[in-house]
Each structure stands twice: as structure tokens, then as C-alpha cells.
Design a binder for this molecule. Structure first.
Ligand code: MN
Length: 304
């Protein structure tokens, strides 16, 4: 069974949810399945709705096996891809320092050579409206930060609400997986103590290009990497997380209710620009390509 690739797209009729089909085609769920008009509605509608989407995608209307409203399959070239959740309902939840080699490279920039494994996940957030689409320009914020950086991260999208979620039930609350770029102003991150300021610059959270349902992909040991202008900068595996997705959900949900559509960025591996020798910063024109096995590639360029 091929993994389902859920997208959000826009055309002259507005924004809606869809499924990426073979042959660069899009199944328009706004037409084919109006209750799943947008991604948050699809997530809210629960497992039955996802099963219906899966059935439609397996026999798309263009093949004539299961006729749906006319015009429900569109050429990908005719639509604009958006972030799969263009505007999360609340802040994007993030985990810092969650790969040991990344902890160590960060410590080295501060003269620390004997890094300790974090005992608890370090949670912070990015403002919900930092999310931008695959292909959308990311501003350099040149007047605000001298040290713009990238971070490839596996994203878990929450499907069902829960609080005090036990580890062994944690994946039951995941709707699916995506890719996020935690674009960061390193100087701001350090200057302000709290990370929020350096992590919440406008348009600093590319997300996408698709959501793969949790049932379709075991995300516990996937290749995760990032290239800048074709040069490989980050290359690791999600199995190297210090706190895996189950542990993150368990700890984040302790006394705090996770909601459908919540977006959780699970941390970045080693290879970020500020820890390179010499340090590298993102410049206008730089192209960031983030790839996670089984999900796809998220590409965004830095604008002026
Ligand atoms: Mn990060």
C-alpha cells in the first residue's frame, strides 16, 4: 500500500485539503469530500474520514471506478501548494537539544566539551503564524538578526486530544508526520534568554510538503537530512532522538491538553550552520532542501 500524501493547496476557488496522486495530480477533497474541506476539518472528523479519503484516493474519480463530483482531480501544476496546516490553531510546539550530536556541537560553540545528556525535553514554541508553505520565501530579517540558521525536524501532527498521555498510548494520538524547518535567529535566541524571540521571526517555519498518516509510516528510524544550495549539511536518523516521539508526547501532555491539529517539531540533528567551522549563516538566495525518508522534500529559499 502506497503511503497517503495529504496536502493543502489553493487556487482561484480558495484553499482546501487534497491528496497528492500519481502523475502529478491532486484529488480535491473540497469537492470530493466536503466534510474534509480543509486539513483541520479532516483531522477533526476522525479516523472514519481518513478511511474515506483513503478509499477515494485509491480509486480516484479520473479512473472512473468510483465517480466523484466532476473536476475533483486537478493537475498539480494548476494549484499552489500551501503548508499542510497553513495556520495552526495555536503555537507550534518544539523540542530543543533532542539529538546528542547536536547538543554536543552547540556546547562546543560555548567551550563545553563534556556534554551531558538532557534529563528532560526542552520545550519552546514558535508563533502559529510563522508557518509558511513549501516554496515560499523566508525573509533574511537582515536588520534584526546577523545569524539566521536552519534546522530540519520531523513533525508530529496531533490527531486526537489528550492529557497525561502514557507513552504506550502516545502514537494513538498522532494523526501523521510532516517536515518542519525551525529557522532561527541564533543571536536573538541567545540574547533574549528565552528562545521565543529567536524562534518566532515572521515566516520562519516552513512546513510540508505533505502529511503522511501515522498508519502509513513508522517514523521511529527514518533518514533525516538537509542541504544548502546542494551541499549536505545535516544527515542523521530519527532513531537518534534523545526523547522519542512517544516520550515527547508523554511529557508535553503532562497536565497539558494536546489538541487535534497541534504541530510538534521534534528537534534537529547535528550540522546546523552556527556550529560549523567556520560558522555559516543563511544568506539571501540560499536554497534549503529538507528531506525525510518516506515523507518527501521541503524546499524554501531565503529572500532579501
Ligand atoms: Mn529546533
Amino acid at each position: 500500500m502506497a503511503a497517503l500524501k495529504l496536502i493543502t493547496f489553493a487556487d482561484a476557488e480558495g484553499s482546501r485539503a487534497g491528496v497528492l496522486l500519481e502523475g502529478d495530480r491532486v484529488l480535491d477533497l473540497g469537492r470530493a469530500m466536503p466534510p474534509a474541506r480543509d486539513m483541520l476539518a479532516l483531522i477533526d472528523a476522525g479516523p472514519g474520514a481518513l478511511a474515506a479519503v483513503r478509499a477515494l484516493a485509491a480509486s480516484p474519480p479520473a479512473r472512473g471506478l468510483k465517480p466523484a463530483p466532476a473536476g475533483a482531480v486537478l493537475p498539480l501544476a494548476a494549484v499552489a501548494l500551501q503548508a499542510p496546516i497553513p495556520r495552526p490553531r495555536r503555537n507550534v510546539f518544539c523540542v530543543g537539544r533532542n539529538y546528542m550530536d547536536h547538543v554536543a556541537e552547540g556546547d562546543r560553540t560555548r567551550g563545553i566539551t563534556n556534554s551531558e545528556v538532557p534529563k528532560y525535553p526542552q520545550f519552546f514554541t514558535k508563533a502559529a503564524d510563522t508557518v509558511v508553505a513549501p516554496g515560499a520565501p523566508v525573509p533574511s530579517h537582515a536588520g534584526v538578526t546577523q545569524w539566521l540558521d536552519y534546522e530540519v525536524e520531523l513533525v508530529a501532527v496531533i490527531g486526537t486530544a489528550g492529557r497525561d498521555i502514557p507513552k504506550e498510548k502516545a502514537l494513538d494520538h498522532v494523526f501523521g508526520w510532516s517536515i518542519g524547518n525551525d529557522v532561527t535567529g541564533r543571536d536573538l535566541q541567545r540574547r533574549h534568554g528565552q528562545w521565543f524571540k529567536g524562534k518566532s521571526l515572521d515566516r520562519s517555519c516552513p512546513l510540508g510538503p505533505v502529511i503522511v498518516p501515522r498508519e502509513d509510516l513508522d517514523a521511529s528510524d527514518l533518514a533525516i537530512g538537509l542541504r544548502i544550495n546542494g551541499e549536505q549539511r545535516q544527515a542523521s536518523r530519527t532513531s537518534k532522538m534523545i526523547f522519542d516521539v512517544k516520550e515527547i508526547i508523554h511529557q508535553l501532555s503532562a497536565g497539558f491538553t494536546l489538541l487535534p491539529g497541534d504541530v510538534i517539531m521534534t528537534g534537529t540533528p547535528e550540522g546546523v550552520g552556527y556550529a560549523m567551522q567556520p560558522p555559516q549563516t543563511l544568506k539571501p538566495g540560499d536554497v534549503m532542501e529538507l528531506t525525510i525518508e518516506g515523507i518527501g522534500t521541503l524546499t524554501n529559499a531565503i529572500a532579501d
